[in-house]
Design a protein around this ligand. Structure first.
Ligand SMILES: [Zn+2]
Length: 669
């Protein structure tokens, strides 16, 4: 048994045919296609040492392949993915040499990719090496950046790592012994097939980032943050940012754009395409995003300048050329203002592909937005759909009206407590909550003249941005209205509760951010809307710590939250006697009340909505499910399989790719 790992520069893809492994060059130049590497590391490297004879017995010798044997005497190496050696063949047909790129090894701390050359230094086969921690991380009591110490130099292993935690090595000085390589006659095929690699939102919600590769061209759809979700690092890219030719951002949520500044910092110099409203919402927070990033202080300004210059604003339904042969058309996804699904049309070597990326799909009853543009979709040529699945396992019942439960719960909380705290995302959720409160007050569902304050700098900025959009229409400026009208519903523009509602609240005297957290909220206000929705940072965390043990305070949960977040914990212990929650090691008795109405404000389609979306494409034959918990993905897959005949449905893992065209469809997932 051997262990097959992803290569440093290339991707190793397993096809549906278990006897085939497709290798694609990510180095970008056919002249150096020889940089392709297959790494066959020894699964139990402490003892087993394969030799050429064994490999030939596996019928590998008739193909071009670089075999790297790792004989490590550090204990504990385990295999990540075991593939019987007889099932491995390589698709190759061009004579060339293949050189050593690197070797990936795996132990209980994760996988490491060790490059064969770093700068001018080449690791020779047979050399001794030592893994050495170079950057000590006191909070984790380990070393983050691993370097390979060779001839006294520290060769930092800066690429190929998925995230810092996996590099967190408890000690320096682990000894390795031998790198040995074996060159066999080489046959490598270059292909103009289209591939889509998944660098996030793969069997998880966070980190949307899809790399579309065709010929010499690579573009990204989304470049989202993992939001500290644990497994991956926002600063580590497994492709070269400088070699990306264009970036498309679907909407202004950080899990779709939140790695963009690191992409620029690490060499990206191209254009970023997004709608005008997405650009405005993104840029409203860009200085904060960069300020709080780990980009060195003296480089922050140049990164921000480069990003601002790079943005190309696009309109819904107007095709834009992203790179030679690649055209993108954005259309309304109904998720948040400016949000788009992307229809990509790609031509390469006479082949035409049409792939649709859903981005996040709205629920269809958003008060500010129209539903997804099904009319556009009904005319689209896409045969492949990459679809989100956040609520792929949920069917909602909104037959009572979306806000009835919210108003009822809030009215009781206002009546029976002195302060209501509503943790909410800064963008869109805060504004929707405000609008719902405003509507409830107008319709007599809530007491009139409630004292409401929005906390948090970004919540206030963004709320004012909504006011600005709306004011553009109210000022009857034809040009402004033409700019913004396509992004909002008629209801948003109407003379309605939204306008005074936002205006009044955003001008609240304490609308400065959580530095005002010592305000006497209980005596000054009836309701505080505070970011973020999880309650795990910023003002909402402070308010939970301050008031969770106060029976005169109520918390209203208006969004999904992870079970271990403060709001998630509150939901779990709701109604239990002697309940407690723990925030950063401190335990708090729960005396405050909880009202949970998250369904009312979801920005995502439920399972019915996702099926409706997929069904709107007339030519679809393949669906790729991303951006959801794995259980949601499987639930959606099974529903789609039952309702739409003859579809190929795949659920890719992180780092895997699908390959379209030729005979290797859907390799790797
Ligand atoms: Zn989103």
């Amino acid at each position: 048994m051997y262990t097959l790992f992803r290569t440093t520069f290339g991707e190793v893809q397993r096809s549906r045919n278990p006897k085939e492994v497709v290798i694609r060059n990510r180095s970008g130049s056919p002249a150096i296609v020889a940089l392709l590497t297959v790494v066959l590391a020894v699964a139990t490297s402490c003892t087993a040492v394969p030799d050429a004879g064994l490999l030939q017995a596996a019928e590998l010798s008739r193909y071009a392949v670089l075999i790297v044997e790792v004989i490590a005497n550090a204990p504990g190496y385990t295999s990540e993915e075991e593939i019987p050696n007889e099932s491995i063949t390589l698709l190759n047909n061009t004579q060339t040499d293949i050189d050593l790129v690197g070797v990936t090894i795996s132990d209980e701390h994760g996988s490491w990719t060790i490059p064969s050359s770093v700068g001018d230094t080449i690791l020779e086969p047979g050399e001794k090496w030592t893994v050495t921690g170079s950057t000590y991380n006191p909070s984790k009591d380990c070393f983050n950046a691993i370097c390979l110490r060779n001839k006294g130099e520290c060769l930092t292993l800066s690429y190929g790592a998925r995230e810092l935690d996996r590099w967190c090595y408890p000690q320096s000085g682990v000894q390795g012994e031998t790198l040995r390589r074996l060159n066999l006659p080489a046959q490598v095929v270059t292909t103009s097939d289209l591939s889509i690699a998944f660098w996030g939102a793969a069997r998880e919600v966070q980190g949307s980032c899809y790399q579309i590769s065709v010929g010499e061209t690579d573009i990204l759809v989304d470049c989202g943050s993992f939001m500290n979700s644990g497994e991956y690092d926002d600063q580590v890219f497994e492709f070269a940012p400088s070699e990306i030719d264009g970036v498309i951002i679907t909407h202004s949520h950080a899990d779709h754009y939140g790695r963009l500044h690191y992409l620029f910092h690490q060499g990206y110099q191209g254009t970023v395409y997004m709608t005008e409203v997405t650009a405005e919402l993104y840029l409203a927070r860009l200085d904060d995003t960069i300020y709080y990033s780990s980009i060195p202080g003296n480089e922050k300004e140049s990164v921000e300048t480069a990003i601002r210059k790079s943005i190309h604003e696009v309109e819904y339904c107007s095709p834009v050329t992203v790179s030679a042969g690649i055209t993108a058309t954005f259309f309304n996804a109904g998720h948040i203002p400016g949000s788009a699904s992307i229809s990509l049309n790609i031509e390469a070597d006479g082949e035409a592909y049409s792939v649709l990326f859903s981005g996040d799909i709205g629920p269809g009853y958003h008060p500010f937005l129209d539903p997804p543009d099904y009319a556009f979709m009904s005319q689209d040529d896409a045969t492949v759909l990459v679809i989100e699945s956040t609520y792929g396992d949920t069917v909602r019942d909104t037959s009572d009206g979306p806000y009835d439960a919210f108003w009822t719960g809030l009215a009781i909380a206002i009546e029976e407590t002195e302060l209501v705290v509503i943790p909410a995302l800064s963008l869109d959720r805060t504004q929707r909550v405000l609008a719902a409160i405003g509507e409830g007050m107008e319709e007599g569902q809530l007491p009139p003249d409630l004292g409401i304050v929005v906390g948090g700098k970004s919540s206030c900025y963004l709320t004012e941005k909504y006011v600005e959009f709306q004011r553009s229409a109210q000022l009857a400026s034809a040009s402004l209205e033409r700019r913004y009208r396509p992004y909002f519903s008629d209801e948003f523009w109407a003379e309605s509760y939204l306008w005074p509602c936002f205006w009044t609240y955003t001008r609240g005297t304490n609308c400065k951010g959580w530095e005002d957290c010592d305000a006497d909220f209980k005596n000054e206000y009836d309701i505080v809307v505070a970011p973020p929705g999880f309650g795990d940072s910023s003002l909402s965390k402070h308010l939970i710590e301050r008031y969770v043990s106060d029976p005169d305070v109520a918390f209203v949960k208006v969004s999904w939250a992870p079970d271990d977040s403060p709001m998630g914990q509150l939901a779990l212990v709701q109604g239990q006697p002697n309940a407690t929650i723990t925030i950063e090691g401190t335990t708090y008795p729960v005396e405050a009340r909880l009202v949970s109405v998250s369904e009312a404000f979801s920005g995502h389609a439920d399972q019915d909505g996702l099926v409706q979306y997929a069904s709107a494409l007339p030519h679809i034959d393949t669906i790729v499910i991303t951006h959801g918990e794995y259980s949601s993905m499987l639930a959606l897959k099974s529903r789609l399989s039952a309702e739409l005949d003859g579809l190929e449905i795949v659920v890719p893992e992180y780092g895997k790719a699908i390959l379209l065209g030729g005979s290797e469809d859907y390799a790797g997932v």
